[in-house]
Each structure stands twice: as C-alpha cells, then as structure tokens.
Design a protein around this ligand. Sequence first.
Ligand SMILES: CC(C)(COP(=O)(O)OP(=O)(O)OC[C@H]1O[C@@H](n2cnc3c(N)ncnc32)[C@H](O)[C@@H]1OP(=O)(O)O)[C@@H](O)C(=O)NCCC(=O)NCCS
Length: 175
Amino acid sequence: MTAPLADLRPLPPGWIVEPLDYARDLDGVLAVDAASFANHWTREMFEWEARHSDVARLSVLRAPDGHVAGYCAAWVIFDEVHINNMAVLPAHRRQGLGAALLARVLDAAAHEGADRATLEVRASNEAARRLYEGFGFQPAGVRPRYYTNPIEDAIVMWRVPDGRAAPRPVLLETP
Ligand SMILES: CC(C)(COP(=O)(O)OP(=O)(O)OC[C@H]1O[C@@H](n2cnc3c(N)ncnc32)[C@H](O)[C@@H]1OP(=O)(O)O)[C@@H](O)C(=O)NCCC(=O)NCCS
C-alpha cells in the first residue's frame, strides 16, 4: 500500500492539470520555460521526453481558456519520482497554482508506486525552495557549481515517507 505523497491542493474553477498533449501544448510549454529560466529546455529536449522516454511524465497546468499556464517534467523510476523541472507563467504565480500542480504530479506518481521524491534546485531559488519545503522536501546535499548561467550550487532535496532516511549520495556535500 503506497501512502499518497501529497494532499491535493484545490485548483480554481476551470483550471486543470493533465498530461501534456504534445501537438497542442509544446509551444505553450516552451513559452512558460522561456519566461522562467535563463537556461531553458529546447524543443528537442521536450520532444525526446514526450515521445521516447518510458519514465518521463510531462504535465501541464491549463487555464480555463485553454492556454498552458505551467508545466512539470518528472521521471517516475520504480519507487522514486524525480521532479526535473517545473514552472508557472509569471502572471499566474503566487496564486497556489504551482503547489496544486506539484501536488497532482506527486499524487499521480504515488499511484504508480513512487513513494519518495527528489529534485535539485538552485541554492538562491527561494520561491522554489519554499514551495518544495511546504511539501516536506528537505535538503539532503549540495552539488557544487551544478548550474551554469550563472554558475551556482544545486541543493538536492528529498521527500521520503515517515521513518525512512533520505538517500545520501556519496559525492554530495551536506549543506
Ligand atoms: C517556483 C514556482 C513554480 C512557484 O509557483 P507558484 O504558482 O508561484 O507557487 P504557489 O503560488 O503555489 O506557492 C506555493 C508556495 O511556494 C512558496 N513560494 C512561491 N513563490 C514564492 C516567492 N516568490 N517567495 C517566497 N515563497 C514563495 C510559498 O511557500 C508558497 O506558499 P504561500 O503562498 O502559502 O506562501 C514559480 O515561482 C516559478 O515558476 N518560478 C520560476 C521557475 C522555477 O524556479 N522553477 C523551479 C525550478 S527547481
């Protein structure tokens, strides 16, 4: 029996989280990415994830008028879900939508058997770190100079079921 990883947060009326429809959503996802990251993913990277990866789970946050307001790219690998990227369009931030998106991604992964979750986040990304901490993710290590443009450490975070220790990869430094 797998315990759910996250309580589902309410979405406003008309908003939904659903699997990416490659033909319909790719341009919207690229726009969210471009508005959110200095090093954004290319069309080819999303295409590979969407079409060729068995483990990739791409989810979109869709506004009532149908536009893509956010997305989350995750991998589900056996009992682990890796949150590889997520973003919400700037105009839609601070309205609980990112939390609602993440909750649904974690819940779907839990239903596939992934009862622990991990991700990397820029050390200076206060908004994302707080979002993840709100879901019980805790710092488990640092990957020095992991990011470029600008160069910055990544904080590795894990969320594990109660009573279990987070894996601690040997090459990491403890923050
Ligand atoms: C991180 C991100 C996805 C959050 O999305 P969002 O829809 O604004 O998040 P929510 O409104 O659901 O906020 C949930 C919680 O996250 C934290 N949070 C979100 N934005 C924050 C900010 N600017 N400052 C501090 N805390 C913030 C808060 O704890 C918030 O809970 P609260 O509103 O009750 O205080 C969004 O800021 C974003 O797209 N950032 C750019 C891309 C990015 O950095 N992605 C993460 C890569 S690891």
